[in-house]
Write a protein that binds this ligand. Structure first.
Ligand SMILES: NC(=O)c1ccc[n+]([C@@H]2O[C@H](COP(=O)([O-])OP(=O)(O)OC[C@H]3O[C@@H](n4cnc5c(N)ncnc54)[C@H](OP(=O)(O)O)[C@@H]3O)[C@@H](O)[C@H]2O)c1
Length: 327
């Protein structure tokens, strides 16, 4: 495993991190699935252990994943270990009406941080993220005040924001302008390369970069077929239509012939080809995912990397637009 510095912080993070959304299990809020369907905690623990054994030291979770369950599993296994970097998120909760609510008040963040620390069994959160904060939350300022106070108190070491999938700029621009925070999480994969310009700007200013959804929910591994169905508790049931899957497969078939590596390794290697990226976090739920996501990574030549940049414009844009329409 190789390691990269997280922006201008003192955190050294593994190039491949552990996306811990799915190990949260099948949670449902107000009738809306917020996870990937049922998970087996025994397998999730094995996956976390396999990741550690493979040199993965960066774990990305959220208080909302499995309504705390993902954090709990991570806390049980790693607790206060100093050799892992734990990133979690705040800002979504179950509202009084039982539906998903967004809360960026200072009071909520301070309280939610305490709960995350308890579940994670840690004295400090290495990197704390505003999960879905929008421009108006940042401009209103309470969330930034809360993050800075938590840092002063030593409850968190660094903080940043997770950016919106199809519109990553606005929130990043606000924080860059204010020179607040230490990093951004953004979507970057073969299908969706919208974040590249803002990522480059942020990295130049010393922000760490977490690239999420590298496999576009597994689609870029090539294993999902147009006839596949997902459990209604799996958010892919409404996100991955047969048309999206078919169009993706047609493009992947050409790539598989051009590159001498597995499609998932190609997808991850493409992202690691950006020097601005600190860590890439595929969603992992089994030890097999750990192996698939850590073996066979290649350094792409500048020409190959540029080719994959170019076909974003020429071939992937229609797929991305279909994905955007699905939400
Ligand atoms: N707003 C936010 O901050 C936000 C939003 C989304 C995600 N995230 C973070 O980013 C992480 C990654 O995103 P993601 O989980 O949505 O997307 P992803 O990594 O693109 O896809 C994950 C899924 O792909 C499959 N998979 C993983 N590795 C594979 C491999 N090598 N070959 C074939 N299939 C593979 C698994 O599905 P199967 O189990 O079906 O095999 C896995 O659940 C999340 O876990 C979370 O930590 C953050």
């Amino acid at each position: 495993m190789k390691y990269r510095r997280f922006g201008s912080t003192d955190l050294q993070v593994s190039e491949i991190g552990f996306g811990a959304w799915a190990i949260g299990g099948a949670a449902n809020v107000g009738g809306m699935p917020i996870g990937w369907g049922p998970s087996d905690d025994a397998v999730s623990r094995q996956a976390l252990q396999a990741a550690l054994d493979a040199g993965i030291n960066f774990y990305d979770t959220a208080d909302f994943y499995g309504l705390g369950h993902s954090e709990t599993l991570i806390g049980e296994l790693f607790g206060n270990r100093p050799d892992v970097v734990i990133a979690t998120k705040v800002g979504q909760k179950v509202g009084e009406d039982g539906k998903i609510a967004i809360d960026y008040s200072k009071a909520h963040i301070m309280q939610a941080c305490e709960k995350s620390l308890q579940r994670l069994r840690r004295d400090t959160i290495d990197y704390y993220q505003l999960h879905v904060a929008r421009v108006h939350h940042l401009q209103q300022g309470e969330c930034i005040e809360a993050m800075e106070q938590l840092k002063q108190q030593g409850k968190i070491r660094y903080w940043g924001a997770s950016l919106i999938t199809f519109a990553p700029e606005p929130e990043a621009e606000v924080l860059l302008e204010m020179q607040k925070g230490h990093g951004f999480q953004l979507v970057l994969n073969l299908i969706n390369q919208l974040a590249v310009p803002i990522m480059q700007k942020a990295a130049q200013q010393g922000y760490g970069i977490i690239a999420r959804m590298p496999l576009q929910f597994g689609l870029l591994s090539g294993k999902i077929r147009p006839t596949d169905t997902f459990s209604p508790e799996d958010h892919r049931s409404f996100r991955l239509t047969p048309n999206i899957i078919q169009t993706t497969q047609d493009i992947l078939r050409t790539l598989a012939k051009q590159y001498n590596t597995s499609l998932s390794s190609l997808a991850l290697s493409f992202i690691l080809g950006f020097p601005e990226v600190s860590t890439v976090i595929p969603g992992i739920r089994t030890p097999q995912h750990v192996a698939l996501n850590t073996e066979g990574l290649v350094t792409l030549s500048a020409a190959d990397h540029q080719h994959l940049r170019d076909i974003f414009q020429s071939r992937w844009q229609p797929v991305m637009q279909m994905m955007q329409a699905q939400g």
